[in-house]
Design a protein around this ligand. Sequence first.
Ligand code: AR6
Length: 175
Amino acid sequence: MSGSPDDRIEIHSGDITQLDVDAIVNAANARLQPGGGVCGAIHRAAGRNLREACAAIGRCKTGNAVHTDGFDLKARFVIHAVGPVWHGGGQNEEALLASCYRTSLKIAKQIGARSLAFPAISTGVCGFPLVPATEIAVDTVRAFLAEEEAVERVVFCVFGAEADAAYRQKLDRLP
Ligand code: AR6
């Protein structure tokens, strides 16, 4: 084993587009278009080739993910995961969010990405409450890392003090 799951998890506060990891995960929309938030930032940083690669794929269902190259990013790959819009919790949002994390990790394993960074999927425009979203993100990643050695390192890339505090609290890591 390459260490216990928690030794392979990091929290990084800042812009995911700057991270030097094998793959970054995008909080994408179903049409895989640039959009705003972290998705817009990733498309701006990766360049127009990313838009074309996404257009060639077409669509992706909520809870699922697809991958492309990273083009102008430091990351070799972008894994585009489509998170659920929060409708109050009665529309399978929690399972769909967990599926985004699980599917992204499986893709990372398939493409040989040993280090992977996630943004806080669905917690911006999609309105998923931060604390339950953090629980799902961390629990799903921990469970995967406990079973799989192929992905060696997972970075939770948080943007803003509130998300930073939520992840630190969940992982019991005080600043
Ligand atoms: N690096 C890391 N995290 C970021 C960055 C960044 N550069 N920019 C924002 N965040 P959101 P969603 C955080 O709204 O809720 C888009 O239009 C942000 O603070 O980007 O999944 C897509 O096209 C928040 O914590 O994604 C979709 O249509 C988190 O990233 C839709 O929005 C997610 O916020 C996806 O909405």
